[in-house]
Design a protein around this ligand. Structure first.
Ligand code: GLA
Length: 735
């Protein structure tokens, strides 16, 4: 395992527990992509066959080999303008006005000890990783591209990024720099992507690939977006949750992104992912470099659930802040749906008192505590407590909440500014706006120019002051609009194409500074729900509010879609009041609890308004959550595949395979319907398990192949949960 290099054949093999990633520099110094799939123990270059395809030109040095064409060879980082007519990995405007780029292998270097891409979040490498840097050069362009690969053996992951260096004597304008490009020469594939909208994020859709065409999944909103998550899966048409080949590609970035999947004339597939080239350009002076975000590749031959588990393990172990790894998080109540903008300290304390009685452990004060903010038209940027509204300061409020035995959390929306704010009145140039044009306003707000050091400093100071003054264990970090008019008053005219990426670098810098200064502060990411649910944000925030849609029935789809790439321990999920504020639907309290337990678990309602019966249910839900929380947060998660019908089901299995929690939630109840039936996964086939609700004992093999059924569902949106415990050998003898 690890990295093997055949220096004579210039063959590079990156091996993880179950996979092999292989490439080779050929006789013309073109870096060919040979293989990404199960370990084969062999040089896969035998698969490269060439033939003169017509209208596929030849590189000058191979001009007499009519079968040798960049247009048909599988490559590691596609060229531009020199005979590969597929989508280019990199585009640049060179000092002489030309724009071709032609990469040739120029050497390699082994790397030890994972480094993060400069200025960006990256996989941590806490488990110790080996890396490989391959240098490609384009001598005529005066450019070098350093392709960096990190091998995460245990999780079956390869992380890729690229650093582009200007080695010439004039300025180069980079117009596109994909983090990765990978060519798959044979086989039919389908793509699963995650689209959506505000309050309906990460809807999984599976599509065939268009022959000779191109699919693009993208965001140009200055954020990873509700509309298209920076994660795609390529799989065989026959792949299911339980079996078949699939590979994922996740970009660790929270800004504009593009995932391109194209199929060429012979059916060869090219996948590329990176910062969206539209609206992007970066001026590289002589000697300067540009660093792309990291892209995370994983492969599984055992179906989509296994692929998801690779990502879950990786994100838990190598992305999330180590401070929160395996740590029990408080069950919280959030003030947003409980009282929106309408609160004062007394009302919050009443809410806190009732919450405490129910077993809730933290009160989060959402939007509306600062400036003159009683609605969403004002005060973003003026991060000073509105003592007139609250009736006291944050310090006093927090002390009183702590005196009740609860932790205290606070909402911020750092990157935003209201035109009606002191911050905007004092620093109008700190907002992103185009010269001579009225800016687009969204939710009455503008976006700050986060690339500017003085904006980062202001936010760091004003937030630090509050976090030092009052005892605050948790911050909800919101981001409530798309970025438009992305023009920075601090950049010269010829560098404006840098503004969107500088915005992201500035946001990451601020997150970095705050998490370093307040190591015990837990930050929950948020963006109008889950508009920035990506691995970049997860590097700083151990959890992200999954969606503003708290309807448990809709959450089934949102959380299921999210689970393809992201672990349950990172999905913010709360029980809210019914009729639900987004859909008007009424769902039983039990079902709401069960669905929120497939997430970080909390409440988004006013506990004062609950009936005595509901209060009893809340207490029971919290007790059940505590009993299962290690299993939920750290166990293996499986989508149970028989579910695309009237009910959705999922399960958790402990790493030791001795405990399992299986849940089914009905979205459609039918008269005289069949028993809801699921086949379990991930158990030890030879062990005996006891089903807690019925006391029955069955082998893991029976549960996984014979499955279990739930009682017939009745009523609106019922759900059921069953727990299994493995018997000790002495007990199973009696089973
Ligand atoms: C966003 C969040 C909500 C809430 C509001 C406050 O929409 O997703 O949870 O915090 O902002 O304005």
């Amino acid at each position: 395992m690890g990295i093997r290099i055949g220096e004579k054949e210039r063959l590079f093999s990156l091996e993880t527990a179950h996979t092999l990633y292989q490439m080779k520099a050929d006789e013309t110094d073109v870096l060919l992509h040979l293989w990404y799939g199960p370990g084969t123990g062999t040089d896969m270059s035998y698969r490269i066959r060439t033939v003169n395809r017509g209208f596929c030109g030849n590189p000058y040095e191979a001009r007499d080999r009519l079968d040798y064409s960049l247009d048909t060879l599988p490559q590691e980082y596609g060229t531009n303008g020199v005979g590969d007519f597929r989508s280019a990995a990199l585009q640049a405007l060179l000092p002489d006005g030309s724009g071709s780029t032609d990469w040739r292998y120029a050497g390699f270097r082994l790397l030890k000890g994972k480094e993060k891409p400069e200025g960006l979040p990256g996989l941590r490498g806490d488990g110790g990783t080996e890396g490989l840097e391959i240098r490609l050069e384009d001598k005529a362009a005066g450019l070098a591209a350093y392709l960096v690969y990190w091998v995460f053996e245990k999780q079956d992951v390869i992380a890729r990024s690229v650093r582009v260096e200007n080695r010439g004597s004039g300025d180069v304008i980079l117009k596109k720099a994909a983090s990765l490009c990978i060519d798959i020469p044979y086989g039919r594939k389908e793509v699963i992507h995650f689209h959506g909208r505000h309050a309906m994020e990460r809807q999984a859709e599976r599509l065939p690939l268009p022959q000779g065409g191109r699919l693009a999944f993208e965001s140009r909103r200055g954020m990873s977006s509700h509309q298209s998550n920076p994660f795609v899966i390529l799989c065989d048409p026959e792949t299911t949750e339980r079996q078949g080949e699939c590979m994922g590609c996740m970009l660790m970035y929270s800004g504009n992104h593009l995932e391109e999947i194209s199929v060429d004339q012979t059916g060869s597939i090219r996948l590329a992912s990176g910062i969206h080239p539209e609206g992007f350009s970066w001026r590289l002076g002589p000697g300067e470099s540009f660093q792309t975000p990291e892209a995370i590749l994983s492969y599984s031959a055992e179906g989509l659930n296994a692929l998801s588990r690779n990502y879950h393990r990786l994100i838990r172990e190598e992305v999330l802040p180590p401070r929160w790894r395996g740590v029990r998080k408080p069950v919280l109540v959030n003030s947003w749906e409980a009282c929106y903008f309408d609160f004062d300290a007394e009302k919050l304390l009443r809410l806190a008192r009732s919450a405490k009685e129910l077993g809730i452990e933290m009160l989060v004060l959402d939007d509306g505590w600062f400036g003159r903010r009683d609605d969403d038209t004002t005060s973003l940027g003026d991060w000073r407590c509105n003592e007139g509204k609250l009736g006291c300061g944050l310090k006093e409020l927090s002390e009183r909440i702590h005196a009740l035995g609860l932790c205290f959390g606070l909402w911020f929306e750092p990157e935003m500014v209201s035109p009606d704010s002191d911050l905007y009145r004092n620093h109008p140039d700190w907002a992103l706006t185009d010269p001579g044009r009225d800016p687009m306003v969204s939710r009455h707000q503008l976006v700050l120019d986060m690339g500017r050091a003085e904006v980062q400093d202001y936010l760091f100071e004003v937030m630090s002051r509050i976090l030092k003054d009052a005892r605050i264990e948790y911050v909800k970090w919101d981001f409530n609009r798309s970025v438009a008019n992305c023009y920075s008053r601090a950049l010269p005219e010829n560098r404006q194409g840098e503004a969107p990426h500088r915005f992201m670098l500035g946001t990451y810098r601020l997150l970095e500074r705050l998490t370093e200064a307040f190591p015990d502060l837990m930050i929950e990411g948020c963006s109008g729900g889950g508009g920035r649910f990506d691995a970049g944000i997860l590097y700083y925030c151990p959890q992200i509010w999954c969606s503003d849609n708290t309807d448990a029935v809709e959450r089934l789809e949102i959380q299921r879609g999210t689970s393809y790439g992201y672990p349950v321990c990172a999905m913010g999920a709360h029980v809210s009041a019914c009729p639900n504020h987004q859909t008007g639907r009424t769902v039983p309290f039990d079902t709401r609890g069960i669905v929120a337990q497939a997430g970080t678990f909390g409440y988004e309602l006013n506990p004062d308004r609950l009936s005595a019966e509901e209060k009893k249910t809340v207490k029971a839900q919290i007790a059940a959550f505590h009993r299962n929380e290690t299993l939920i947060a750290g166990g293996d998660y499986y989508r149970l595949d028989e579910t695309e019908g009237d009910y959705t089901a999922w399960m958790f299995v402990s790493p030791e395979k001795d405990e399992a929690l299986v849940t089914a939630a009905a979205t459609h109840v039918r008269a005289n319907g069949p028993f809801p039936w699921v086949r379990l996964q991930g158990l030890d086939p030879g062990r005996t398990y006891r089903r807690e609700d019925t006391g029955e004992t069955m082998t893991g093999a029976a549960l996984m192949y014979g499955g279990i059924s739930f009682p017939q569902f009745s009523g609106d949106y019922p759900a059921a949960q069953v727990r299994f415990t493995a018997q000790r050998p002495s007990e199973s003898g009696r089973g």
